[in-house]
Design a protein around this ligand. Structure first.
Ligand SMILES: Nc1ncnc2c1ncn2[C@@H]1O[C@H](COP(=O)(O)OP(=O)(O)O)[C@@H](O)[C@H]1O
Ligand SMILES: [Mg+2]
Length: 270
């Protein structure tokens, strides 16, 4: 058996509540594994009510949080502090205020020692993809929330991390832009064997993007369902209006309705 891309093994995470000094369990004994499929990009989506522990799972993988129990390994090595093998797009992104859009997007390439001409060419391609060429020389404070989020997405995609952690990355975008960004991530997956872990509370987005969906319970997060979405290898926008797509959506909604613990703010739409 090959080493999995990600092994998340019996992980429990607790926070210390500053007010009460009590431990709050955010993630309880969660295990999942993502195999390393050569030449195949893959998307794993986490769907769960607000406050259940989704961001905690991604932050633990990013190395931003210590775990209390269990083990997290990326391609066979325990995760350490944030590294370039893992990229993360947060819910509310803050770009470097003192760098222009282009400099923000090129940041990782600069750290990696990529020569200026190549940096420029690659960032331009990415700025085109996220429709920010006209704002390349602007500073983040001049941008709308959705534009800032696209800077974050562009910058992270350009680093081409093997494991990409996306925490409700499209929540602040209008539907059109959101569809464009979904397409961009799917394109990246077609061209690479990267793995994306994606958090959303939108059922349609989950079904459209996922190869595998994990439905989480309310806090402490536990995996209550795993759904494989097998027939979307060739995902195109039109798939959303097919009966098969609706079937998976309905199946997922049925599961959510049977599980009162997971309802919360999960929604259908977009
Ligand atoms: N730094 C923290 N200190 C104490 N509690 C926290 C902290 N961060 C998150 N929590 C709590 O842990 C739970 C899970 O948080 P989070 O993973 O952000 O949820 P989600 O992303 O699913 O909305 C929430 O109830 C939240 O209030
Ligand atoms: Mg969150």
């Amino acid at each position: 058996m090959t080493t999995p891309r990600l092994d998340f093994d019996h992980v429990t995470v607790r926070y210390l509540d500053q007010k009460t000094q009590k431990r709050i369990e955010a993630v309880r004994d969660v295990s999942f594994r993502i195999e390393d499929k050569p030449t195949l990009g893959e998307m794993v989506v986490f769907l769960g009510p607000s406050g259940c522990g989704k961001s905690t799972i991604l932050k633990a993988i990013a190395g931003l949080l210590p775990i209390d129990e269990g083990r997290i390994e990326v391609t066979g090595a325990p995760v350490g502090p944030p590294g370039k093998d893992r990229g993360m797009v947060f819910q509310a992104y803050t770009s470097f205020a003192w760098l222009t859009v282009r400099e923000n997007v090129e940041y990782g390439l600069r750290l990696a020692g990529v020569a200026p001409a190549e940096r420029r060419a690659r960032s331009l391609e990415m700025l085109k993809a996220v429709d920010l060429v006209d704002s390349a020389d602007a500073y983040p404070k001049a941008l709308s929330g959705g534009m800032k989020q696209r800077v974050a997405i562009a910058r992270t995609l350009l680093n081409n991390p093997k494991v990409l952690l996306m925490d409700e990355p499209f929540g602040a975008l209008d539907p059109n832009t959101r569809w464009g960004m979904q397409g961009l991530v799917l394109d990246m997956l077609r061209r690479s064997d990267n793995t994306v872990l994606f958090v959303t509370h939108d059922v349609s987005e989950a079904v459209y993007l996922a190869d595998t969906i994990y439905v989480l319970s309310s806090r402490p997060a536990q995996i209550v369902h795993r759904i494989d979405v097998p027939f979307f290898a060739d995902r195109s926008f039109g798939v959303k209006s097919t009966p098969q797509f609706r079937e998976v959506e309905d199946h997922l909604l049925g599961l959510l309705h049977q599980s009162p613990h997971v309802q919360g703010n999960i929604r259908v739409g977009v």
